[in-house]
Design a protein around this ligand. Structure first.
Ligand SMILES: CC(C)(COP(=O)(O)OP(=O)(O)OC[C@H]1O[C@@H](n2cnc3c(N)ncnc32)[C@H](O)[C@@H]1OP(=O)(O)O)[C@@H](O)C(=O)NCCC(=O)NCCS
Length: 117
């Protein structure tokens, strides 16, 4: 059964500006693993923006905000993203699905929360 759905789109430039203005911004929003993954990419802000959008999409699907770094987007060997959520048992969903896409200027994400019947 679907418990929730969320979508978000963000300008890559907003993430770049925030990171350049505030040296603590990245650590406040992203996990060390997320930062490491994105730093290995040619356009790191595109990948960071996708992770920001996936967290915002999750908040929408959940109907509330949780701590940014309690959400860790990892990539399986295939490249497929997965959201690992700290203390997931606190929430009423069982499975979380995420898909992201990014271009030079925009990143977008969709999250679906599912509950076992
Ligand atoms: C996966 C794929 C479709 C990405 O498309 P793209 O237009 O190049 O790039 P987009 O900006 O839309 O998406 C990039 C994001 O796709 C996600 N992605 C990568 N591989 C993926 C996969 N196998 N399945 C689902 N999502 C994937 C990642 O989250 C990636 O962003 P990230 O590196 O910041 O985490 C493309 O790399 C591809 O065709 N790969 C080979 C075939 C494949 O595995 N297809 C799966 C879908 S049919």
């Amino acid at each position: 059964m679907i418990k929730g759905v969320g979508i978000d789109i963000i300008e890559v430039g907003r993430i770049r500006n925030s990171a350049e203005k505030d040296p603590r911004f990245l650590q406040r929003i992203f996990t060390p693993q997320e930062i490491t993954y994105c730093q290995g990419k040619k356009n790191k802000y595109q990948h960071l923006a996708a992770r920001f959008a996936s967290k915002e999409a999750l908040f929408k699907a959940l109907g509330k905000r949780i701590k940014w770094t309690d959400v860790d987007m990892v990539n399986l060997n295939s490249g497929k993203p997965q959201l690992n959520i700290k203390a997931k048992e606190r929430y009423s969903f069982r499975h979380v699905h995420v898909s992201v896409s990014h271009l030079a200027d925009y990143a977008a994400a969709v999250v679906i929360l599912e509950e076992e019947e």
